[in-house]
Design a protein. Structure first.
Lengths: 275, 530
């Protein structure tokens, strides 16, 4: 009964402040084994795949069109899937256990719940993504330089001091964060883990495959421009920018629009529906 | 309270109850609205995306006022029904009935351009670099007629593949190795006896070796026979990370023949030169090709190729299969949920109490799931391919002819691919018991390697090939329509529709993954509490 009365006394301060909502979401994320392990897996997978791709790059005769930064960051293709699991399960996991009813009883302002989840998951993914990107670029630098893909040969130097490289690195960490937000929004709308992750991965992976099947260059270009993954990953390009259908930041903007749309749709459904 | 059913032991009679298990699992599947809807979604995605890709694959040629949007011309079709290149310079005369032709080739040289176009007003070979292409070919040929795609058999020397006997475009048998030169000439002989043509080669013109025997059924009594020269264009495949492209230009091959010996009835008595060229062949200008005769010595220059067409390209039947991948993702979601939903609701405890042999429950689930997804996939692909053909034809695309067996393999194989992928998803779901992780693992294992392999500029070629060899994505080889011919140089990459493994071998890789996952899942189910 003492706990009950304490809650009654400080009712406004107990659930009202955004800080407390954030704190609650952070506690959930921190105290469940899944998200931490998955984020570590995302770092490991991103770095490993990037290292394998960088290690396979050879250019025996020289003069190859290689973007060393993009090559080292190939692991993002797999890492984003792991990030999507973290984001999707942070919402759908609560639905599957019935925790969501408790959460929404405690914090009836449902937009705040979604915003707090977005902030906490986004921040965690941004941190993990930064580590993954830096590790990938370090591995790529060691391997590619070892294979003769060096600035002396006219390739982009893998140093964060140059603008395009910094853009690719920071942009890739942001890319992963936006993937998390996209996953969060879709999971809030769909609520089931399996279906949500299927939709997220379908959105990411199907666009480039279908684009490859379309025998119409005009439509191909349009599909590339609206594809969340293809357009979003333009941020990794450091060379040959003119051949891209969109500029790197425009491309990331396309992904941001997808993420914002998903969060908006998910938030509206979250507010309208019974939990 | 009268709903309690008495224990009825006669239900458990029969074949150990596996039929009942199947029935139970089928009842579960068909009564969950989401899964039935999901199966309908699989079908809709396969058909819908197939229609989207084919309806937007427009092939158009530069039009004329009379015909503003002419259809793209189809390449000639060979005797085996496949698309072929049949373009060469032919020094010929008719051969009536049985007979033979023997020549000695003393040189094969060539010139090539590194740029696609030739400057107007220049002579066709101006600015070209001396050099012979690997599959430049010159020799003797017996051909049903001068029509493109007609049956033939030929003995030839090549740029860097030695002496070959080739017939009817797809057949290729090696003869003597090594390059031809004045110091090491090659003698070639073709004999015709009814429908059978035999090819021989010799170093000295005295000791002959049989290279191959071709049976050209329905060869007319009077055929065209003589010398030919052809070469595919010069191409450099740059397949680095940044881009994969084929750069190159036209090429010309020139061969010198002497000691021409004819046996049998050759009514014309003199040689006629003819440039065999069709509207789609991108060969050199006719002015560069031709032949000269000085005494018994012939010099023949030609461009083009006599080979199967290697370009799968856009507008191929594969365009209709773009929806397979979307269907696959939906199938994976259903496959995983078929087991994880039972864990989530606790139904799995009831299921295992009712039938304690857990491996059999998993087997029953796999059978039901595979049957449902196979049926959905089969209907989807069987609708999409004819519909896609129709749309492609409407858009002016020539449709590559496919043998009925290949078409059946693509349709049935795609449905089987979906079914086995669903079983893999079920097994991974049973292993991981978490639906999001299981769905991601299977999609990352099946779809992502394919994506990384086909989208150009993501991975180096070596890694691409490795991905579609060892990962479950190897199964997409089942959709390959045109085989890769060793006697044609082309970009045989997954992105161009060519897989390193044979169709059923690639499918077996997926089956092996599914079998291992299923075995691990059965083991884990037995060991763990439900």
């Amino acid at each position: 009964m003492t706990a009950m009365s304490a809650a009654d006394d400080g009712e406004q301060a107990w659930w009202g402040g955004p800080r407390d909502v954030l704190h609650a979401e952070w506690t959930k994320l921190r105290t469940v084994a899944g998200p931490g392990a998955l984020l570590l897996a995302a770092i490991a997978l991103t770095t490993a795949v990037g290292a394998i791709a960088a290690n396979a790059v050879t250019c025996p005769s020289g003069g190859c069109q290689i973007d060393p930064v993009k090559a080292s960051l190939t692991g993002i293709y797999l890492g984003q899937a792991t990030v999507a699991i973290v984001a999707v399960t942070s919402v759908s996991g609560e639905y599957s256990t019935g925790m969501m009813r408790l959460t929404l009883t405690a914090i009836p302002r449902r937009w705040q719940v979604l915003a707090a989840k977005a902030a906490v998951t986004g921040a965690a993914v941004l941190a993990a993504g930064t580590v993954a990107v830096l590790a990938s670029m370090l591995a790529g630098r060691l391997l590619l330089y070892g294979h003769g893909i060096t600035p002396a040969q006219g390739y982009e130097a893998m140093s964060l001091g140059t603008g395009p490289v910094l853009r690719a690195a920071a942009g890739s960490a942001l890319y992963l964060t936006l993937i998390a937000l996209l996953g969060l929004g879709i999971a809030a709308a769909i609520r089931d883990s399996a279906v949500s992750i299927g939709v997220v991965l379908g959105l990411l992976y199907l666009f480039p495959i279908v684009t490859n099947f379309v025998g119409n260059q005009h439509l191909q270009r349009h599909l590339e421009q609206i594809s969340p993954m293809t357009a979003g990953l333009y941020i990794q390009a450091t060379t040959n920018l003119r051949s891209l259908p969109l500029s790197p930041w425009q491309g990331l903007g396309v992904l941001a629009a997808w993420a914002a749309g998903a969060l908006l749709g998910g938030g509206l459904l979250l507010c309208r529906r019974d939990a | 309270m009268s709903v309690v059913t008495p224990h009825r032991p006669e239900l458990r009679s029969g074949s150990d109850g596996f039929a009942q298990l199947l029935r139970a699992e089928w009842t579960k599947f068909r009564t969950v609205r989401g899964w039935v809807l999901g199966t309908a979604v699989v079908l809709l995605l396969i058909v819908g995306l197939g229609v989207l890709t084919t309806a937007n694959s427009v092939c158009s040629m530069p039009g004329t006022p009379q015909n503003p949007n002419p259809a793209c011309p189809a390449p000639p079709t060979g005797p085996g029904g496949e698309w072929v290149s049949d373009s060469f310079y032919f020094v010929r005369q008719p051969l009536a009935g049985n007979g033979a032709i023997t020549v000695r080739v003393t040189s094969l040289t060539g010139r090539y351009s590194t740029h696609p176009g030739l400057a107007p007003g220049q002579s066709a070979t101006a600015g070209m670099t001396p050099g012979v292409q690997p599959w430049s070919k010159a020799g003797i040929i017996i051909k049903a007629s001068t029509a493109q795609g007609s049956a033939y058999a030929a003995m030839m020397v090549t740029g860097s593949h030695g002496v070959r006997m080739q017939w009817d475009f797809t057949h290729d048998v090696p003869g003597l190795a090594g390059k031809v030169s004045a110091a090491s000439p090659r003698s070639l002989r073709l004999t015709r006896s009814g429908d059978v043509i035999r090819g021989y080669d010799s170093i000295d013109g005295r000791h002959w070796t049989l290279v191959g025997t071709a049976t050209l059924s329905g060869l007319p009594a009077s055929v065209q026979a003589g010398m030919f020269a052809a070469t595919p264009g010069h191409s450099v495949f740059s397949t680095s990370l940044g881009s994969s492209s084929a750069l190159g230009g036209p090429a010309l091959a020139t061969a010198t023949f002497d000691r021409v010996n004819r046996q049998g009835t050759w009514p014309a008595g003199r040689w006629t030169g003819e440039d065999i060229l069709g509207p789609t062949d991108n060969a050199l200008l006719a002015s560069a090709q031709g032949f000269t005769q000085a005494g018994g010595r012939f010099t023949v220059s030609g461009a083009g190729d006599i080979a199967p067409a290697a370009d799968n390209g856009p507008g191929g039947r594969e365009a209709a299969l773009g929806g397979t991948f979307a269907g696959l993702i939906a199938v994976v979601v259903i496959g995983v949920m078929f087991i994880t939903a039972e864990y989530r609701r606790g139904l799995i405890r009831t299921t295992f109490t009712a039938s304690p042999r857990r491996g059999r429950v998993l087997a029953a689930k796999a059978v039901v799931l595979a049957a449902v997804t196979f049926a959905a996939g089969l209907i989807g692909v069987a609708i999409t391919i004819p519909l896609g053909d129709h749309l492609l034809r409407e858009n002016g695309n020539p449709i590559a002819p496919l043998p009925a067996l290949t078409l059946a393999r693509i349709i049935v194989g795609t449905a089987a691919l979906l079914a086995v992928a669903a079983v893999l998803a079920l097994a991974v779901g049973a292993l991981l018991r978490r639906s999001a992780a299981a769905v991601t693992a299977v999609i990352a294992g099946v779809v992502l390697p394919y994506l990384l392999a086909v989208v150009p500029g993501v991975l180096p070629v070596g890694v691409e090939e490795w991905l579609v060899r060892v990962t479950p994505a190897a199964a997409f080889a089942i959709q390959q329509a045109t085989p890769a011919y060793p006697q044609v140089d082309a970009t045989y990459t997954p992105g161009a529709g060519y897989f390193p493994l044979a169709p059923w071998a690639g499918f077996t890789v997926l089956c092996a993954w599914a079998a291992v996952a299923l075995a691990l899942a059965a083991f884990a189910l037995r060991r763990r509490d439900a």
